[in-house]
Design a protein around this ligand. Structure first.
Ligand SMILES: [Zn+2]
Length: 342
């Protein structure tokens, strides 16, 4: 069952300030997985996005380590500890990564995984080993949760890099969630992957990847078994996907898979840095238990820069109409990103 990569071009005719009639094309793309539309507003890409002329300076609190609850020695005093019912100890440690519960939980099981002892890390400059350790810490936490509460099988690892992406603390960290109730994206993806498997006998993202590989225009590169590509109908700026075909459980990943994923994440950060972007979101969703249709996919997308008086990337168009508008074609994103996977 082939996926339909649908694009429709609309044209807005306007008269420019000098009196000349001009046509402005807008691409409306339909996401082959979700059916959701998004837009490429090319004319917006011709202007200089404010705040991206250069990489913004570090934020003013980038040295405020004594006020940060995630910095030592405050970490031990000011962060919560895991409930004894989880049978995981007070905090989980993997290399230099420390994991503890989120003081402001978003799910029944909600934790924070730090990378290392550094309070501020510029985008693209982290050691991949710190990402590997922090991700593996998340994985180990989720395994404890699933052992204790098998119904809490809707899992997510996310990152809000800098406050413009929703981060409340500058200190680099991942969030990790497990819940009995699936969030919207998990619920939709589970249904979509189940239906695809029932109809075709094969996996949703595997089939999608095969079609994208045959096309080639949005493929970026590989890190180990992970394939990186640009999203066809982006729901955020420079949206990238890392697909691991055939693997449906976080607990099936090898040590090499985690290292390879960390390398890819840093490659993506270096790409965003080259675009003078300092904020992004990251997400890796999974369903545990006997569910075996949704393969692993990590998504990254750039957010508005964290710099003074930069406008937000979600306007009335995104919030009220529900279509994300980005400014350049995903094929161009893939072309520019490839150098970072070479
Ligand atoms: Zn800190």
């Amino acid at each position: 069952m082939a996926f339909t990569f649908s694009t429709r071009t609309e044209t807005a005719r306007i008269v420019d300030p000098d009196g000349a009639a001009i046509d402005r094309p807008i691409e409306i793309r339909t996401n082959p997985i979700t059916g959701r539309t998004s837009r490429i507003t090319f004319s917006r890409g011709m202007e200089n996005e404010p705040g991206t002329q250069r990489l913004p300076d570090p934020p003013p609190d980038s040295r405020a380590t004594s006020e940060c609850p995630f910095c030592h020695p405050q970490l031990e005093r000011q962060t919560p500890r895991l409930a004894s019912s989880l049978d995981a100890g007070e905090r989980l440690v993997q290399g230099e990564s420390v994991l503890f519960p989120n003081l402001f939980p978003y799910a029944a099981y909600s934790a924070v995984s730090l990378f290392d002892r550094r309070h501020f890390v510029e985008i693209g400059t982290a050691d991949p080993a710190t990402y590997r350790d922090s991700l593996v810490n998340c994985r180990n936490y989720l395994e404890c949760v699933c052992n204790q509460d098998p119904e809490a099988r809707h899992l997510a690892i996310t990152q809000n890099h800098l406050p413009s992406a929703g981060g409340s603390l500058l200190h680099p960290h991942l969030q990790v969630h497990a819940d009995r109730v699936p969030a919207n994206h998990l619920r939709f993806l589970r249904q979509r992957a189940d239906a695809h498997l029932a109809a075709t006998g094969s996996y949703l993202f595997s089939d999608y990847l095969e079609q994208e590989k045959a096309d080639g225009r949005r493929m970026i590169g590989r890190c180990g078994r992970w394939y990186w590509l640009a999203a066809y109908a982006p729901e955020g700026f420079y949206e990238l996907w890392a697909l691991l075909p055939g693997i449906t459980s976080l607990f099936e990943l090898s040590a090499a898979d985690w290292s390879d994923l960390a390398r890819g994440i840093i490659n993506a950060q270096k790409f965003y840095r080259r675009l003078n972007r300092n904020g992004y979101n990251l997400g890796l969703l999974a369903i545990a238990g006997d569910h075996r249709s949704l393969e692993l996919r990590l998504v990254m997308l750039a957010r508005s820069n964290y710099a003074p008086w930069v406008r937000n990337d979600h306007t009335g168009f995104e919030v009220m109409l529900g279509d994300m508008a980005t400014f350049s074609p995903p094929e161009e994103t893939a072309r520019r990103a490839r150098a970072f996977w070479a």
